[in-house]
Design a protein around this ligand. Structure first.
Ligand SMILES: [Zn+2]
Length: 454
């Protein structure tokens, strides 16, 4: 019985802590497919990605940061910070103090990026390590006076294959060795905007192309002998939702344009009033039942989107699927940027490699939790961040992981064991007294007999 108890607990221990035998210098490749909505994984046939997941881990929904746009979320992944803390608060920004502008085609001024230290910089400040990047937002900018040792200037026309070739070359043959690399691809975001996520024909075509790219990535790593030792995270910045010309919010019908500047338009509009803030706010407040209008100081706490000078005095947040326009606009059939509590805005995360468990699934983590997990894998001391390492613990082989179902399992096993032990004890005790009482009965008979004989 003792042996059974020991074996059971040993089994539970190994089941929870996994196999922590990897000891090579850890290397990590972080891949982002822009705009890969979490439920594409369930709704489309993606055999290469599913194989990758089968041998690794999957987080079904990643709760990203508000606003659910590309530049802000990519910077949150690599810093573990909310947008108000890292300072990339939109794809289009204006700083009223310096009068500087930022957009995805005008992003090279380190002024916008220096509010945080991304992981590729921290990694590179370690002795004998370097970082590499193929088009990840911000990696072709001097941040704290450093770029990754190897990087590509952004150009959307560079094919995936060229980006992948560069990354694998850097990971396998550089000195000092590249321990952290990033790879970015513009799809399925571009097609999601163009066709809308509900266009099954076009979305299944583009998702099959992406799945083939995942197949190419895995195949290349296998051919180069890197597959078993390299940690690979595949994730995204945000999801996508369907828009429609029947769901438009016309600002011109509510307020004259001479009253304000639009810094960013939809689905989160950043409004800089030219006249009295309260007056502009009052006019916008009742503009549409499908839009929330906030003075900066009233933006809900859960957005973590208030404490930064680059957040404008008035913010308009459209309801899911609604588009904010001036009098006319080039409407996109799909868009993102909406409330980060909406499942349609969430991406997924999958990972494979010696640092990760195999065949493990978890329902959610936050985008800001990815950073402390990556620092752990690379053995880096994280910068101050908004992430929680324990949220990602169960994905990692070298961590104790007790989630609720496992705790319940352990309690039930323990109770069953206790019941068995008690039952066994009672059974054993009942047997011993039975033989004694029989002897006593015999003795009593003898005792009784004696006087009779006597
Ligand atoms: Zn986009």
């Amino acid at each position: 019985m003792k042996l059974l108890v020991i074996l059971l607990f040993l089994g539970l221990l190994t089941g929870c802590s996994g196999n922590s035998s990897y000891s090579l210098t850890p290397q990590l490749l972080l891949v982002s497919f822009d705009g890969f909505r979490a439920d594409y994984l369930k709704n489309y046939d993606l055999p290469h990605l599913q194989n990758f997941i089968k041998e690794g881990v999957l987080v079904e929904h990643v709760t990203n940061v508000f606003i659910t746009k590309t530049f802000p979320n990519h910077y949150s992944i690599v810093t573990g910070l909310y947008e108000e803390s890292h300072g990339i608060v939109a794809n289009t920004m204006y700083d009223d103090v310096t009068k500087k502008h930022f957009s995805d085609s005008n992003d090279k001024d380190s002024f916008w990026w220096d509010g945080a230290v991304p992981i590729w910089v921290t990694n590179q400040l370690q002795e004998n390590r370097s970082s590499a990047a193929a088009m990840w937002p911000g990696t072709d900018v001097l941040i704290h006076n450093i770029t990754p040792s190897y990087f590509m200037n952004y150009s959307s026309s560079v094919p995936f294959e060229e980006r992948l070739n560069n990354v694998t070359t850097w990971l396998s043959s550089s000195n000092p060795p590249v321990t952290f690399a990033m790879l970015y691809w513009e799809e399925p975001d571009a097609s999601g905007h163009k066709y809308g996520p509900e266009d099954r024909v076009n979305m299944s075509r583009v998702l099959k192309e992406i799945d083939d790219l995942v197949g190419d990535l895995v195949q290349k790593l296998k051919v180069l002998g890197m597959w078993d030792n390299l940690n690979v995270i595949i994730t995204s910045d945000h999801g996508m939702t369907q828009c429609s010309e029947n769901r438009l919010i016309h600002l011109d019908s509510c307020i004259d344009r001479s009253n304000y500047s639009v810094i960013d338009l939809t689905p989160v509009a950043a409004i800089l009033p030219k006249t009295n803030i309260t007056e502009v706010y009052e006019k916008l407040k009742n503009c549409s039942p499908h839009m929330n209008v906030y003075l900066k100081e009233d933006i809900p706490d859960r957005f973590y989107y208030r404490h930064n000078d680059r957040i404008q005095p008035i913010i308009l947040v459209a309801d899911e699927g609604w588009t904010i326009v001036l009098n006319k606009s080039s409407l996109k059939l799909g868009d993102h940027g909406y409330d980060n509590s909406l499942p349609s805005m969430h991406p997924f995360l999958a990972a494979h490699g010696p640092a990760f468990r195999r065949g493990y699934r978890q329902s959610t983590i936050n985008t800001v939790d990815i950073y402390p997990m990556m620092c752990h894998i690379l053995g880096l001391k994280p910068q101050a961040n908004n992430g929680t390492f324990s949220h990602a613990k169960c994905l990692l082989v070298d961590q104790w992981c007790l989630n609720l179902p496992e705790v319940i399992g352990i309690v039930i096993s323990a109770l069953l064991l206790l019941t068995m032990l008690t039952g066994l004890l009672i059974f054993t005790q009942n047997r011993v007294p039975a033989s004694r009482s029989f002897s006593r009965l015999q003795l009593q008979e003898d005792d009784d007999d004696d006087p009779l004989i006597g």
